[in-house]
Write a protein that binds this ligand. Structure first.
Ligand SMILES: Cc1ncc(COP(=O)(O)O)c(C=O)c1O
Length: 347
């Protein structure tokens, strides 16, 4: 079964019969400003991609990691993990996952036959966690924006270590969190902590498909074997290495994203009637509007689509997640939002 994510503009444009170029696509959490593509030497296209040591060093520095594996995105690891973990610990049968969050985690563990225990905003109680557990934490969460502090996660890491468990931390949106709560610097003394980092979101280059796994060397070797050779193309390695050492650009990006998130939030608050909103939460890469019970959020998303604005309806159909817009795009969003309340009513 393929899951629905944002970013399927081609399909949505066809469905609403609106030319792709006319859309305001806010359906993903990918930065609207992207790292400028440097001039790429031809050899990166001509030869088979070798693991680029300069990239590994630059990535270790950026992620504050002692060792890491370069992958073609977190997604590849998410799919492989359950079967590998089963090989390592045959007694492990239960996985704790956030009720809301990137659903590919759930799909992968479910497909591998694990029993799913869902938790809400708060992690499952330490005293209630079974032996040999897997705990998946998306930090910060997409779409809720919920952030767990490092001090809290360290307690879970200790508990899992003592009960034969695996801690999977998906930090796809951690780049914009200030002060960072990343656990990349805390994996080495714990064999069974894995941290996933996505490159494409913060750097605005989701199309080049590159990501990083931070964890104990035995895990990295095993996953590397499973992935096989030539996973990450040469141009992607070249571009990301340049981006990792470009601290000036990273600072500018942080500032731009936080300003855009603030502008987006302001437009949402101004144009969606107060009495419809339960809360707005998110990160500096997206904002999610949770509506009051009884609001027909799905029909809101359809009305936005009819006006050429594509946002992500959450799986529970209670909320809309808005990716960041550039300043010049905000007017289109504001107009489309202003039309919403006239067509949808609260029961
Ligand atoms: C929370 C989260 N984790 C992981 C991914 C996968 O990212 P990638 O494979 O591009 O690294 C996504 C994609 O949207 C995501 O939202």
């Amino acid at each position: 079964m393929a899951l629905i994510h944002g970013g399927q503009l081609q399909q949505v444009a066809k469905q609403y019969n609106i030319d792709q170029k006319s859309w305001l696509d806010l359906s993903t959490g990918i930065a609207p400003f992207s790292y400028p593509i440097p001039k790429i030497p031809e050899k990166y296209y001509q030869s088979l991609p070798q693991v680029n040591d300069n990239l590994a060093e630059a990535a270790k520095h950026y992620y504050n990691a002692e060792s890491l594996l370069v992958t073609n995105g977190s997604q590849a690891i998410i799919k492989l993990l359950p079967a590998l973990w089963r090989e390592k610990n045959k007694q492990s049968t239960t996985v704790y996952l956030p009720e809301q969050g990137y659903k590919e985690h759930e799909l992968a563990w479910k497909t591998a036959g694990f029993s799913l225990c869902k938790y809400q905003d708060n992690l499952p109680k330490l005293t209630e966690i079974k032996d040999n557990p897997v705990l998946v934490v998306i930090n910060p969460n997409n779409p809720t924006g919920q952030l767990h502090q490092r001090s809290e996660l360290i307690k879970y890491q200790e508990k899992l270590k003592n009960s034969g468990g695996l801690l999977v931390l998906d930090e796809a949106f951690m780049d914009v969190v200030e002060p960072s709560q990343s656990m990349t610097g805390f994996v080495n003394q714990y064999k069974n902590t894995l941290v996933l980092r996505s490159f494409g979101k913060f750097f605005g280059l989701a199309g080049i498909r590159i990501g990083f796994l931070i964890g104990d060397n035995a895990w990295l070797t095993k996953l590397n074997e499973q992935l096989g050779p030539w996973q990450v193309n040469g141009p992607a390695q070249f571009i990301s290495q340049k981006a990792f050492i470009d601290i000036g650009w990273q600072k500018q990006q942080q500032q731009r994203l936080s300003l855009s998130a603030l502008q987006l939030r302001t437009v949402l608050i101004k144009n969606i009637p107060d009495n419809l909103i339960n809360k707005i939460s998110g990160t500096d890469l997206f904002q999610t509007v949770y509506f009051k019970e009884g609001v027909d959020v799905e029909s809101y998303s359809i009305t936005l689509c009819k006006q050429g604005v594509y946002v992500r309806l959450t799986d529970d159909k209670q909320a809309l997640r808005f990716g960041l817009a550039k300043t010049e795009q905000l007017e289109k969003l504001a107009k489309a939002l202003a039309n919403l309340s006239s067509i949808t009513s609260i029961n």
